[in-house]
Design a protein around this ligand. Structure first.
Ligand SMILES: Nc1ncnc2c1ncn2[C@@H]1O[C@H](COP(=O)(O)OP(=O)(O)OP(=O)(O)O)[C@@H](O)[C@H]1O
Length: 261
């Protein structure tokens, strides 16, 4: 069914090399993927498997062989239509909120910043920016009145990461891309953030999500499809149920044995 629609984001036969001469090394080999509106694709692999490189290529931040398209338009260089559409419609969440959030900014200022950047285009008043920012904080399970004036240093890792998620969703993105969003959190904060993402998906059924993780346990309750990457190659790709119940590669089976509880 979804196969007949145009994917929101598509990568076709992406290959990437670093270095020159005999230092030249391939870090991605013919990687293809498709992400549809409203779906969640997890990209899973161990350290050095090429996840971050792939993410940078998907975001148009790094050149590669192969093609990336966003809503059917090529993402190639910062002036391309695909790049501009992607960057104005995507929310990004990174591994460590204490480095991705500005330590000098209150939560309200961090969350409202993406709206301020686009305030003119979106025709938003200061009052509307504030209301939408507070609503984004509530949407990720923070008491907005309590957290609005807090700085990252006044927050736990899980709370700070929720502020970063609120900042990513405040513009109502069509695509959310989260690169190892749980890996700096302890088990309980991780469970809370998984629940937050699940609620966000229910509340925003059209938003697509790419979730990058080294841990199949983190993605199993969130992803519709899983792509397993190892040494820059796709080991397997399929529905979450298929990959978890009937893994076809030994590498995926090893990842499953290492699942965190
Ligand atoms: N700028 C670069 N120059 C040379 N090699 C690089 C560069 N960036 C990444 N690599 C290499 O490419 C391979 C893939 O790295 P990448 O960071 O994409 O993996 P990863 O799966 O995200 O790993 P991790 O989970 O540890 O972040 C690694 O061997 C890395 O050393």
């Amino acid at each position: 069914m979804s196969q007949h629609r145009v994917p929101l984001l598509r990568a076709q036969t992406i290959s990437k090399f670093y270095g020159r001469g005999h230092q030249r090394r391939q870090v991605l080999d013919q990687v293809s993927l498709a992400l549809y509106e409203g779906s969640c694709l997890a990209i899973v692999g161990g350290s050095g498997s090429g996840k971050s490189t792939l993410v940078r290529i998907l975001l148009g931040l790094e050149a590669s062989e192969g093609t990336v398209t966003y809503r059917g338009k090529a993402v190639e260089g910062r002036h391309s239509l695909g790049y501009q559409a992607l960057r104005s419609e995507a929310g990004l969440i990174f591994q460590n909120p204490f480095t991705s959030l500005d330590p000098r900014w209150s939560a309200l200022r961090s969350v409202s910043e993406p709206l301020r950047i686009h305030a003119k285009r979106l025709a938003l008043s200061d009052e509307q920016i504030q209301q939408r920012s507070l609503a984004a904080m509530e949407a990720v399970g923070l008491d907005a009145q309590d957290f609005a004036g807090r700085f990252p240093r006044d927050c736990s890792g899980g709370q700070a990461q929720r502020i970063a998620v609120a900042r990513a969703i405040v513009t109502r993105p069509r695509l959310l891309l989260a690169d190892e969003p749980m890996s700096s959190l302890d088990v309980s904060a991780r469970q809370d953030l998984i629940a937050t993402f699940q609620k966000l998906r229910q509340d925003n059924p059209r938003t697509a999500l790419i979730l990058v993780s080294h841990d199949l346990g983190v993605v199993q309750h969130m992803a519709d499809r899983i792509l397993v990457l190892h040494n820059g190659r796709v080991q397997e790709e399929g529905t979450t149920n298929q990959v978890l119940s009937h893994p076809t590669s030994a590498y995926t089976r090893a990842l499953l044995e290492a699942v965190s509880q």
